[in-house]
Design a protein around this ligand. Structure first.
Ligand SMILES: Nc1nc2c(ncn2[C@@H]2O[C@H](COP(=O)(O)OP(=O)(O)OP(=O)(O)O)[C@@H](O)[C@H]2O)c(=O)[nH]1
Ligand SMILES: [Mg+2]
Length: 294
């Protein structure tokens, strides 16, 4: 079991790390540093493969043992991984603070609507703030392309078998973005309601997106994600009536695990609720920086 990420059907973290110590860090071009199958061959790409230090929580059943390693040793290595991530996240936080950059980490299950919301948000906020986006997905640069179509710069990080972004990936991607001083950095994490909760990226806060199609009980089933988020965006509210979605129950469940979590209903499809989301962002900008442009 991956005790770092807490996945139930997980591969052990140490094994994940052992398997994932190949790293690509491609500034437009690939640099292959280690062995693994590459899904799309060589040549020019506009995204980054960044799998160093990853924990792959998907591949093998719980309780997997690693030959020659005691469980104490495995736990120690897992602690080291999280400790290293926390150290890098603290460095990111210091850097964002020095640059007066407000960083948000968007988390959700796959398909909840993170990119759709970001496309709307960056389009409507880009005249007020300098904005950059870091996109995390296991494969493809679809989401970065959707963001770039709005005119806002985006760096795609492909995590390969990894199930979350980590602070080192964000640090490297941030270096490749244009300077955002005084602006906003949106980080869209890999779609996964479990593992990204354990990995601080140095963000000011997490925003969890829960869509009406997922059901009301997700905050109770995946409490860590809701406990670590400041705002819950309840997306696809345009579908609520056909789904008999119970909004008060959803908010009550979320506040059971995190009494302080704020909640807003939105629709990336119709735009409903988005002005309140932008007002929330402006409130954070006023509270913790950056200074909003006029
Ligand atoms: N009806 C409706 N559909 C939506 C809404 N927001 C997103 N969608 C649809 O939901 C699907 C997934 O949206 P994405 O924005 O790609 O979701 P995501 O969270 O970025 O997905 P991953 O990056 O793969 O985790 C797409 O087909 C969107 O058109 C919404 O508010 N209402
Ligand atoms: Mg997306």
């Amino acid at each position: 079991m991956c005790t770092v990420c807490g996945c139930n059907d997980a591969k052990t973290s140490i094994e994940c790390v052992r398997d994932a110590h190949h790293e690509h860090d491609n500034d437009g071009r690939h640099h292959h540093h280690a062995r693994h199958d590459h899904p799309h061959g060589g040549g020019y790409h506009d995204h980054e493969h960044d799998v160093a230090g990853l924990l792959d929580c998907s591949a093998k059943p719980a309780g997997q043992q690693i030959a020659g390693m005691s469980s104490d040793r495995i736990i120690q290595v897992e602690r080291d991984i999280l400790g290293k991530n926390d150290h890098l996240a603290a460095e990111n936080r210091t850097r964002f603070h020095a640059d007066d950059v407000l960083a948000f980490n968007l988390v959700s299950s796959p398909g909840a609507g993170k990119t759709s919301l970001l496309v709307r948000a960056v389009s409507e906020l880009k005249d007020s703030f300098l904005i950059g986006v870091i996109e995390g997905d296991q494969q493809t640069s679809h989401d970065a392309e959707r963001i770039r179509a709005t005119g806002v710069p985006a760096i795609q990080v492909n995590t390969g078998k990894g199930c979350h972004l980590d602070a080192g990936m964000v640090a490297r991607a941030y270096e490749r973005l244009r300077r955002l001083n005084g602006g906003i950095l949106f980080i869209e994490n890999v779609g996964n309601l479990v593992c990204p909760a354990a990995f601080d990226l140095g963000e000011a806060c997490k925003i969890v997106v829960l869509s009406t199609t997922e059901g009301e009980d997700k905050p109770l089933k995946y409490p860590d994600m809701f406990a670590s988020s400041s705002l819950m965006l309840i997306n696809k509210i345009d579908l609520a009536s056909v789904l008999d979605f119970d909004l008060p129950r959803t908010v009550e469940y979320a506040r059971r695990v995190n009494p302080k979590i704020e909640a807003l209903t939105v629709s990336a499809r119709t735009g409903e609720g988005l002005p309140a989301f932008y007002a929330w962002i402006r409130k954070q900008a006023a509270r913790i920086g950056p200074a909003a442009a006029e």
